[in-house]
Design a protein around this ligand. Structure first.
Ligand SMILES: *[C@@H]1O[C@H](CO)[C@@H](O)[C@H](O)[C@H]1NC(C)=O
Ligand SMILES: *[C@@H]1O[C@H](CO)[C@@H](O)[C@H](O)[C@H]1NC(C)=O
Ligand SMILES: *[C@@H]1O[C@H](CO)[C@@H](O)[C@H](O)[C@H]1NC(C)=O
Ligand SMILES: *[C@@H]1O[C@H](CO)[C@@H](O)[C@H](O)[C@H]1NC(C)=O
Ligand SMILES: *[C@@H]1O[C@H](CO)[C@@H](O)[C@H](O)[C@H]1NC(C)=O
Ligand SMILES: *[C@@H]1O[C@H](CO)[C@@H](O)[C@H](O)[C@H]1NC(C)=O
Length: 442
């Protein structure tokens, strides 16, 4: 009992639930548009493995990994671990160190008995309780892939499992929108995912798009998908699937009463998002998954489905243990005509729920580009002015099957600004990624 209570206390402390408060952040009013050309060069192959290939994409100084893995979950994890051994081990060990520091900071304000208990049992034990609370809700094949990654990279399996709970512990701010119909030049839906999360070197150094090619014989019908994230990271924060589904997410630190309760017992949201990309074939299936999941923390999720026509192609979800409310343009909450006005054919949210400063500017920029909301205008005039997406940004253009990505600057790069939203984007052709041929066995 005490242990569970303590684990819950850690999570609550890290999640900074702020009740009826408002977030006070806002973008710099002097923020400038992003005038970089969009890079359209194809990724360049640099490493191969029996079940993997690694490419560098992006112009020099803006470059990032594109990692392909094939086979069973274990084989895919092993391929990534072996092919990317140095990067994956730096990521896993570095994130674990980062999480320990975060927990120490977070608990410093908590009662003495609690700090003493942590000192006694160790952070590992305390964090592993979170794992126990999520284990029953996590598909076995994710653990198999983590096992492969650990074996391949030569890192501790338990540490790999622990770092995959970081999303549950430190949710990001972030922004999203879906725009269709009158908002876009051709009526087709465009979707944004801007991740404002962490820009420590451990993350900065490992920016990657991971393209997984399952064998197809997994029990629940997996299919190829691309996850925008980090080397050695198997959860999904952002990504696009071969079923033309794409996901966005916002961590909510300033909810209102409509969110109800949070829980620590359920599916980690980064695995839920992964299952949507990996296993769902429609927005209907994804909606069912979200509504029936044992949900945990306060979030807003969004799912786009490029196979559906305009108004049916995008839904946002107010998400917590208590609720999963599907929203589109006419009922996009929170309801505040001053700083979050409704827009026909656009559903949007900037940085947080009760967050007037960012939402007002996101609304203004969407209104300025209205009828002409495209990948180009989103990249040039929306994300850099709203200053959202410091860690990475993905813009999903379903009609053309393109994903535009930008990452924060690598620690070894001196080229360009720091934040992903100010940097050069690279256009990835998704059918080409999903059709990348498997290495022929020697
Ligand atoms: C990040 O990369 C820089 C430059 O390559 C390196 O000096 C630094 O040690 C790396 N830091 C981490 C935490 O990986
Ligand atoms: C998971 O969700 C189902 C349906 O909402 C509920 O009946 C069940 O008690 C939940 N399980 C846990 C462990 O919370
Ligand atoms: C939300 O889902 C309910 C139940 O499926 C449906 O009746 C309603 O039309 C949906 N609303 C939106 C805005 O998608
Ligand atoms: C809208 O938000 C402002 C704070 O920015 C608040 O004063 C006002 O009461 C809100 N309006 C509604 C209808 O909630
Ligand atoms: C739409 O945006 C593009 C640049 O991204 C610009 O060249 C074009 O003039 C705009 N069209 C309209 C109708 O505003
Ligand atoms: C920066 O790091 C990346 C990834 O480790 C590497 O591919 C690239 O060559 C490095 N660039 C420089 C200038 O060292």
């Amino acid at each position: 009992m005490l242990r569970i209570a303590a684990a819950l206390a850690i999570c609550a402390a890290l999640a900074s639930s702020a009740g009826a408060a408002y977030c006070h952040g806002k973008p710099n009013p002097n923020a400038q548009p992003n005038l970089y050309d969009i890079n359209e060069d194809a990724p360049v192959p640099v490493r191969t493995h029996a079940n993997g290939k690694a490419f560098r994409a992006g112009k020099p100084g803006f470059d990032f990994w594109v990692i392909h893995v094939w086979g069973t979950p274990y084989e895919r994890g092993l391929a990534q671990g072996q092919m990317m051994k140095e990067e994956a081990s730096a990521m896993v060990n570095g994130v674990w160190k980062f999480m320990q520091e975060q927990v120490e900071d977070a608990i410093s304000g908590l009662p003495t008995w609690f700090r003493e208990w942590i000192a006694q049992v160790g952070l590992e034990v305390a964090l592993d309780l979170t794992r126990d609370l999520t284990e029953d809700f996590t598909p076995q094949r994710y653990y198999d892939e983590m096992r492969g990654l650990a074996d391949g990279a030569g890192v501790d399996y338990e540490t790999v499992v622990r770092i995959h709970l970081i999303g549950e512990l430190t949710k990001g701010d972030c922004s999203l929108f879906g725009a269709w119909g009158q908002a876009t030049p051709d009526g087709n839906m465009l979707q944004l995912r801007a991740l404002d999360w962490n820009t420590d070197d451990v993350f900065r150094n490992q920016s990657a798009v991971l393209v997984e090619h399952p064998t197809g014989d997994e029990s629940d019908g997996s299919h190829p998908f691309a996850s925008v994230g980090f080397v050695g990271w198997l959860g999904v924060l952002s990504g696009y699937s071969s079923q033309k589904l794409a996901v966005s997410e916002i961590g909510i630190a300033f909810p209102d009463a409509s969110f109800g309760e949070e829980s620590r017992e359920g599916v980690p949201f980064t695995f839920l998002l992964r299952s949507i990309l990996e296993s769902d074939d429609s927005l209907t299936a994804a909606t069912h998954r979200i509504k029936t999941a044992n949900r945990t923390c306060d979030l807003v999720l969004a799912v786009g489905d490029g196979k559906q026509p305009g108004p049916e192609s995008f839904r946002a979800f107010e998400y917590s243990a208590s609720v999963a409310i599907n929203m589109t343009d006419y009922n996009m909450a929170p309801n505040n005509d001053t700083w979050h006005p409704k827009m026909k054919d656009v559903a949007y949210l900037g940085m947080d729920w009760d967050c007037p400063g960012y939402n007002a500017v996101l609304h203004r920029q969407l209104a300025t580009s209205y009828r002409n909301i495209t990948a180009a205008t989103t990249i040039r005039d929306i994300v850099p002015i709203v200053q959202t997406g410091d860690t990475h940004v993905a813009v999903y253009d379903f009609a053309r099957e393109h994903m535009y990505v930008s990452f924060m600057r690598h620690a070894n790069s001196t080229v360009g600004p720091d934040s992903a939203y100010d940097r050069q984007f690279t256009r990835l052709d998704m059918p080409s990624l999903f059709n990348e041929p498997r290495p022929t066995s020697a």
